[in-house]
Ligand binder design. Structure first.
Ligand code: FAD
Length: 299
């Protein structure tokens, strides 16, 4: 019955959605179709990523500005420290505040030479995410989210380093952490236990990636140190040329993961949408979330 209650949305489930800034008019159109489909679910916020090395500075800003102007959604702008001076980053932060943006996802970012190469902070820049969080909070009263890594960040030698780093981000003023995607809920649960045992009490929101392309997810996982369980690979085996079945399997896999997390007491989820609405909309429906009318949204 508890399971039934959780799965019929009788408890409070909250979601947020992540998008990336579009590179072309066509991509912009499909992003906006997705935003239009997902907006009535009334997410807590929608975040817009910042391309490697700040390569999407303008596009991230424009997407955030359009969300603010054309929807009732709360946009959260991702921001990194890569290859930028403090002054440059501070200017971006101030321009967001002036625009009316109140949420930032603060990240260090990856080296311009690619994930796996050694990170070198800009000599006049913020050195890491904790330093950036402090900088943002000095400028204005932003709501700041940071990253968290249930399987450890590849550069963290051990759990002590990993959790100290998260703690520094919290001490600098982070309100919540969003995790790197993962597929093993047991591992996420033991991570949460470690975080709480370290005295970190901010919400840790699981980042969920619906698998539109298993190949893509597997290759990204390898780069970011996310493990892909054999059972998951097995589920997508032989489906490379069968997009219809692949989509049904992807929806099932993500729904199973999310429902199991609900059964473990998780109430908030962050979805890596890849700018596509269909799988995320279906999972939110299963979570008991229903589109709100514009009147309900305004209330
Ligand atoms: P940090 O929290 O600063 O930590 C990075 C590593 O450095 C950790 O291993 C930490 O332990 C170590 N470290 C930090 N400070 C110290 C210190 N003083 N001494 C010793 N070790 C230290 N990337 C983008 O480019 N754009 C995005 O929009 C983006 N969005 C993301 C959203 C989420 C939810 C997540 C989980 C990641 C995102 N990333 C994004 C990827 C992120 O930039 C990379 O994972 C990057 O390698 C680390 O960034 P961070 O903010 O986690 O770094």
């Amino acid at each position: 019955n508890e399971r039934h209650a959780r799965q019929t949305g009788e408890n409070d489930v909250h979601v947020s959605f992540e998008f990336f800034p579009p590179k072309s008019e066509k991509m912009e159109e499909s992003l906006w179709q997705s935003i239009t489909k997902l907006a009535p679910i009334a997410p807590l916020f929608v975040s817009v990523t910042y391309g490697a090395g700040g390569s999407t500075r303008e596009r991230t800003h424009n997407t955030v500005a359009r969300i603010l102007k054309e929807t009732g959604l709360k946009p959260a702008a991702h921001l990194t420290c890569v290859d930028a001076t403090r002054d440059e980053v501070d200017e971006v932060i101030r321009s967001y505040w002036e625009l009316g943006v109140r949420n930032i996802v603060a990240l260090r970012g990856d080296p311009a030479a690619g994930i796996g190469t050694a990170y070198q902070p800009h000599p006049d820049g913020y050195v890491n995410a904790a330093d950036l969080v402090a900088g943002i909070r000095r400028i204005a009263d932003f709501d700041v989210s940071v990253s968290a890594y249930p399987e450890r960040h590849p550069e963290s030698a051990d759990w002590g380093v990993e959790l100290d780093n998260l703690k520094r981000k919290v001490d600098a003023g982070a309100a919540r952490a969003i995790t790197q995607f993962f597929f093993d809920n047991d591992m996420f649960e033991s991570y949460l236990e470690r975080v709480r045992a370290a005295g970190i009490d901010i919400p840790i929101i699981p980042g969920i990636v619906p698998i539109h392309s298993f190949k893509q997810v597997a290759s990204f996982s390898a780069k970011t140190g996310t493990s892909v369980p054999d059972w998951l690979a097995h589920r997508f085996e032989g489906l490379d040329e069968d997009p219809e079945t692949r989509k049904l399997v992807a929806a099932t896999v993500a729904a199973e993961q999310v429902m199991d997390l609900v059964d473990r007491g998780v109430t908030d989820f962050h979805f890596y949408t890849m700018n596509k609405a269909d799988l995320v909309f279906a999972i939110c429906h299963l979570l008991g979330l229903r589109p709100k009318t514009p009147e309900q949204e305004a209330a």
